[in-house]
Write a protein that binds this ligand. Structure first.
Ligand code: 5AD
Ligand code: SF4
Length: 476
């Protein structure tokens, strides 16, 4: 079989990153090797995102640019997957005639058959059937070997919450959880292939397994915690209404569970939360934050905010600013509200102008920027355990002291803050720092989006070092 190349373009969330890995995997038996060079591609797959209009526009602009390529290389196959594919179906081909395949969020398992058919019959296909449920993949021995230390693992798909602004329930379907045994096997295989940190993915991980009568999410976490060789566990996303007591306790009891939670609040106004169909109040959210911090005073909390939801008054918006001030998040993702097809809020009156949304967004970003900087600066002088992920973007730098080129590494704290460092004055021999290893770093400088530090110790760090982590410590 001649080598054929597939170029996969991924837009959107971690779920899409995970799906793109599965896409590359199922295409291997057809002879497709993944490439990062667009011009080499025999097959281009665009994995799309529909969460906000901006992501959708980004996809159509990328797809438009592929038309010229297809004219020059007539046997090029172009496939569109993910949330926009699910939402738009055949309409994508009406708009973009050079597309050969539109496949929905549940069709990845059927992809080899669909591509095989297009190769032999040169036809156009739309497959957005969602009735088959979760497709479990058979992993080969080295299926997970791509040199990465951190990986995503989907534990559930879809969502039953129907927040009024959100397209996910329409494009990812009903909430369905994977069996614990499948998830644990997948993680074991990842660990055998060098992965040291997994992020468990679901739209609302707190309700994992409830519909199917599987174990609770907290029990699943405990089982993942028992996997030998795995150093860290993260998860996303939690819905504040479902953040249960046993999950709160997991932050205290499970030594591998990182000290970070992403807990989207969306708004600080009860009136807007109600319109959003979020099913919790500002007070309940603050109560959960308090409980989390009581259990783990050093936990990092990040969140999502939507500004300019239909009918959001200045008073509503100020309540959001007040909440941000009260919680002092470690980081925040803020978005301008965007109408989505099918989502109930698209039919609400009193839409906020683009200019007003932009101004509110900027105020949120400015306010949060202040707290992010303060939080980062508070870490200067602290000793943190960093899981080394690899070389940082600025790969080779000159150490001004000894004028030797030195490799710059990057990793994260348990609280999910990026830390860059160089081997520096040789506390740790160069060959002791490798991706996948925990290194103890004293934080020396704080920037707005990252930290800079110096290694203080080389050996593989034992897990439970709560007494050291996050405190100013004298360990050197
Ligand atoms: N408009 C703006 N932001 C949205 N999000 C989801 N849907 C929309 C929308 N229609 C944001 C929410 C969610 C994050 C993933 O994207 O804050 O938590
Ligand atoms: Fe969308 Fe709400 Fe489900 Fe999150 S919980 S995916 S915001 S509907």
């Amino acid at each position: 079989m001649n080598a054929k190349y597939v170029y996969i373009h991924t837009i959107g969330c971690q779920m899409n990153v995970y799906d793109s890995d599965r896409i590359a995997m199922v295409l291997k038996p057809l002879g497709y090797k993944a490439t990062s060079l667009l011009k080499l591609a025999d097959l281009i797959i665009v994995n799309t995102c529909a969460i906000r209009e901006k992501a959708e526009l980004k996809f159509f602009s990328f797809l438009g640019r592929l038309a010229d390529m297809k004219r020059e290389k007539t046997d090029l196959i172009i496939g569109v997957g993910g949330c926009v594919a699910q939402q738009e179906g055949a309409r994508i081909m009406e708009r973009m005639a050079h597309v050969d395949l539109v496949f929905g969020t549940s069709a990845i398992g059927r992809l080899p058959g669909l591509i095989g058919q297009i190769e032999s019959e040169r036809c156009q296909i739309v497959d957005i059937d969602m009735s088959a449920g979760i497709h479990e993949f058979d992993y080969g021995e080295d299926e997970h070997r791509n040199g990465k230390v951190t990986r995503f693992v989907t534990i559930m798909q879809g969502c039953d919450n129907f927040c009024s602004y959100c397209v996910v329930p329409y494009v990812r379907g009903q909430e369905t959880s994977r069996a614990p045994a499948k998830i644990l096997n997948e993680i074991r295989l990842l660990v055998e292939n060098g992965v040291r940190e997994v992020t468990l993915l679901g739209q609302n991980v707190n309700s994992y397994g409830q519909k199917e009568g599987l174990c609770s999410f907290a029990k699943l976490l405990a089982a993942v915690n028992d996997i030998d060789g795995l150093l860290r566990i993260r998860f996303t996303t939690s819905h504040p209404k479902d953040l249960s007591e046993d999950l709160l306790l997991a932050f205290k009891d499970l030594e591998k569970l990182c000290r970070h939670i992403h807990l989207p609040v969306q708004s600080g106004s009860n009136r807007v939360l109600n319109l959003m169909n979020r099913k919790y109040t500002r007070e309940l959210y603050l109560e959960k934050v308090k409980k989390l911090r009581n259990l783990r005073p050093d936990i990092a909390i990040t969140s999502d905010i939507i500004v300019g939801f239909p009918g959001e008054t200045i008073r509503d918006f100020e309540k959001t600013l007040e909440l941000i001030k009260e919680v002092k998040f470690d980081g925040l993702f803020a978005f301008k509200y965007s109408d989505r097809p099918n989502a109930a809020a698209a039919r609400l009156p009193d839409k906020i102008s683009e200019q007003e949304k932009q101004e509110r967004l900027q105020r949120v970003l400015d306010q949060q920027g202040h707290y992010t900087t303060l939080k980062n600066e508070a870490l200067v002088g602290c000793v943190e355990d960093i899981l080394v992920e690899g070389y940082s973007k600025r790969h080779r730098v000159i150490d001004l002291h000894n004028r030797q080129p030195d490799v710059q590494w990057t990793g994260r704290t348990s609280t999910n803050k990026i830390v860059n460092f160089i081997q520096g004055d040789g506390v740790i021999p160069q060959d002791e720092i490798v991706a996948g290893k925990m290194v103890r770093i004293r934080i020396a400088k704080a920037f707005s989006h990252s930290l800079w530090g110096q290694p203080v110790k080389a050996e593989l760090i034992p897990f439970n070092l709560d007494s050291l982590i996050g405190e100013k410590s004298n360990v050197a």
